[in-house]
Write a protein that binds this ligand. Structure first.
Ligand SMILES: NC(=O)C1=CN([C@@H]2O[C@H](COP(=O)(O)OP(=O)(O)OC[C@H]3O[C@@H](n4cnc5c(N)ncnc54)[C@H](OP(=O)(O)O)[C@@H]3O)[C@@H](O)[C@H]2O)C=CC1
Ligand SMILES: O=C1CO[C@H](CO)[C@@H](O)[C@@H]1O
Length: 328
């Protein structure tokens, strides 16, 4: 196996990239090595703040042979081109969610990963760690039987109606920003339950604000597992998930966790019985970075927690749900 130690470059030194750098410090194999930006001075400032060795424009960073992997932390519409350029420069790619606003762009990225034989991982931090593993085990059947329905809500009031969340030109709106999380979880649960991961669409709803989907919902059927998803960037929603079985339910409080800690608690209810399951907490960005290092060292293109088939399945729904929302 090739060496696991991974020299990372952050591309897009914005808000979430700060959390990623904190995550890297907690990772086993990763270290921040370089920072790239469309603005070299912005890269230099971030690099100085976080102690990277090098900084520069995207092209300068991608041309370096001492960078093994890149983390793409830019706005959604910039993901595909940067991911493809990075793969073509021979780098492994961890790209913030959603991989791209459209399925067509996601296909371009995956084609580049296949062609260059470099790993690509869509950064769904909620897929990693003991909480996510326990959910998969429950969905796979066993003590509670087969799951029948998943409900998940991720929404917050962003306060301002400005910035990337409300800018159609950079892929703003709730569906791409946070609706993708319950969708990615529904796909994960469907796969674990042995159901199809490409759902039938039962209903899409949305309320537009500033030309983007401020609030949206989707009703989906993954074979025998139905899913109801709600999302918003203009109102606070529960941040809770519920997985329902024939005679039991599993409540997932704060299922989307924080940016630096995975969720810790599952509540299993059956009749009047209630069991609280406490799970170890991990730094999810550290774990996802290490998962990519492992793929790179082992010569794999994909990471099992978020395989390309799931990235494609999510992109298909996001594309169609958002198109329906924006069509009014
Ligand atoms: N995993 C998580 O918990 C979270 C994930 N995210 C995801 O992270 C990504 C970035 O979000 P966030 O950090 O809030 O974004 P920011 O608004 O902080 O922007 C990040 C970077 O995007 C680039 N950028 C900004 N505007 C444009 C533009 N018009 N065209 C091209 N590039 C632009 C800039 O990079 P440069 O300096 O190179 O120009 C900027 O530094 C998104 O995919 C988002 O969904 C966000 C929050 C939490
Ligand atoms: O991925 C995300 C997680 O939560 C944030 C809000 O708290 C979002 O804006 C973001 O894009």
């Amino acid at each position: 196996m090739a060496q696991l130690q991974t020299r990372w470059a952050v591309l897009g030194p914005g808000w979430i990239s700060r959390d990623f750098v904190v995550g890297l410090r907690a990772s086993e194999y990763g270290m921040l090595h370089a920072v790239g930006s469309s603005s070299a001075p912005r890269a230099a400032a971030f690099s100085a703040e976080h102690g990277a060795e090098a900084s520069g424009t995207y092209d300068e960073i991608l041309a370096r042979d001492d960078v093994d992997a890149v983390y793409i932390g830019t706005v959604h519409t910039a993901h595909a081109d940067l991911a493809i350029r990075s793969l073509e420069a021979g780098k492994a790619v961890l790209c913030e969610k959603p991989a791209s606003p459209t399925l067509a762009e996601v296909e371009r990225i995956l084609e580049a990963a296949e062609r260059t034989q470099r790993p690509f991982l869509e950064a769904f931090k909620t897929r990693f760690g003991p909480f996510a593993e326990s959910l998969r085990e429950l969905a796979a059947g066993g003590e509670l039987g087969a799951p029948r329905r998943f409900e998940g809500a991720f929404g917050f009031d962003a306060g301002t109606r400005e910035g990337r969340l409300f800018d159609p030109a950079v892929g703003g709106g709730a569906i791409l920003d946070v609706g993708c999380y319950p969708l990615a979880l529904a796909i994960d649960l469907a796969a674990a339950a042995g159901q199809p991961i490409a759902p039938e669409y039962r209903a899409f709803e949305a309320e537009l604000v500033s030309g983007v989907d401020g609030t949206a919902s989707a009703e989906l059927a993954f074979g025998d597992l139905t899913a109801g998803i709600a999302t918003s960037v203009i109102e606070n929603l529960s941040h809770t998930g519920v997985l329902r079985f024939a005679d039991a339910e599993v409540v997932l409080p704060n299922v989307w966790g924080s940016r630096t800690e995975s969720p810790s608690t599952l509540i299993v209810r059956r009749g009047t019985d209630e069991r609280i399951v406490e799970l170890p907490v991990v730094q999810p960005m550290a774990v996802e970075a290490d998962a990519l290092s492992l793929a790179l060292a082992e010569g794999r293109l994909e990471v099992p927690e978020m395989p390309w088939a799931h990235t494609r399945a999510a992109a298909r729904v996001l594309t169609d749900w958002r198109a329906a929302a924006l069509a009014g």
